[in-house]
Design a protein around this ligand. Structure first.
Ligand SMILES: [Zn+2]
Length: 265
């Protein structure tokens, strides 16, 4: 199977990118469902898709990711209520991110696991931005793919296991300590579990790099927002963590190697 995938990707890269993009926006439309329903504790599989204002059930042609929203010009066919631009945005973002991962990693097992992580981070970022909470379900999902990825890298790619173990133990431990000392004021228990899972997925080096990237991106964006839109000091850190870890997976090693050769050789 691996040979066929490589053959297709090497000879017809456009085909594999289009396929990944289309599959990405289909999953993206499921991510929208997760973003809206997980905080409401609604089922993400059994309730059929419906208009948020009039409750009209949606036909199959109103459920085509990205294209339906454009075709309907962002309005419900029943009640003409506006459909949030967040729907096509999340779908397009997921499709484009998956293409970016394909570009960076090629058609490998690692590519599949990183795509899964990116989609989970996308959902986490949007939910945390709205509710200031990181849902348990997302953390458990990230933990699951982290275990798979650590096994893949240790047993198939033959990488040292220590970095992954240290990543989860140290990151989880440090954040647990902050939680304990601050008596839950600095962060929630969700952050501790998230750091444990991310630490296992990325390993120690890349997790630390991701945190630094999140702080840099977070302060730049938040300070700009505070100046322009007069938003408060209250900061949902989840979206920035998501961006930081995504940067770290794709470019972290590149940056760390560049930094090491520049300053330590
Ligand atoms: Zn409607």
């Amino acid at each position: 199977m691996k040979e066929y995938v490589d053959l297709l990707h090497n000879n017809y890269p456009a085909v594999s990118y289009i396929f990944v993009f289309l599959f990405g926006i289909v999953v993206g439309s499921f991510l929208n469902v997760c973003i809206y329903r997980i905080p409401e504790q609604q089922s993400i599989v059994t309730v059929p898709s419906h208009c948020m204002s009039c409750g009209k059930k949606l036909h199959w042609y109103e459920l085509i990711p990205l294209f339906s929203w454009i075709f309907l010009r962002g309005k419900c066919r029943g009640c003409k209520a506006k459909i949030s631009a967040q729907y096509p945005l999340v779908e397009a973002a997921n499709g484009l991110l998956w293409c970016l991962v394909l570009f960076m990693k090629g058609p490998t097992l690692d590519f599949v696991l990183i795509c899964a992580l990116f989609s989970a981070l996308l959902v986490m970022g949007f939910i945390d931005a709205r509710t200031m909470e990181i849902p348990n379900g997302i953390v458990i999902f990230i933990l699951l793919i982290a275990v798979l990825r650590a096994l893949l890298h240790i047993f198939i790619y033959k990488e040292p296991w220590l970095d992954f173990v240290l990543g989860s133990v140290i990151m989880g431990g440090v954040f647990f300590l902050i939680l304990f000392i601050s008596n839950g004021r600095a962060m929630g228990g969700g952050d501790v579990k998230l750091m444990f899972a991310i630490g296992l997925f990325l390993g120690l080096k890349l997790t630390v790099f991701g945190l630094v990237a999140a702080c840099v991106v977070g302060s730049v964006i938040h300070l700009t927002l505070m100046a322009v839109k007069k938003v408060g000091r209250q900061l949902a850190f989840g979206p920035y963590l998501a961006i930081g870890f995504a940067i770290s997976v794709l470019w972290g090693n590149l940056f760390i190697n560049w930094y090491m050769t520049k300053f330590f050789v």
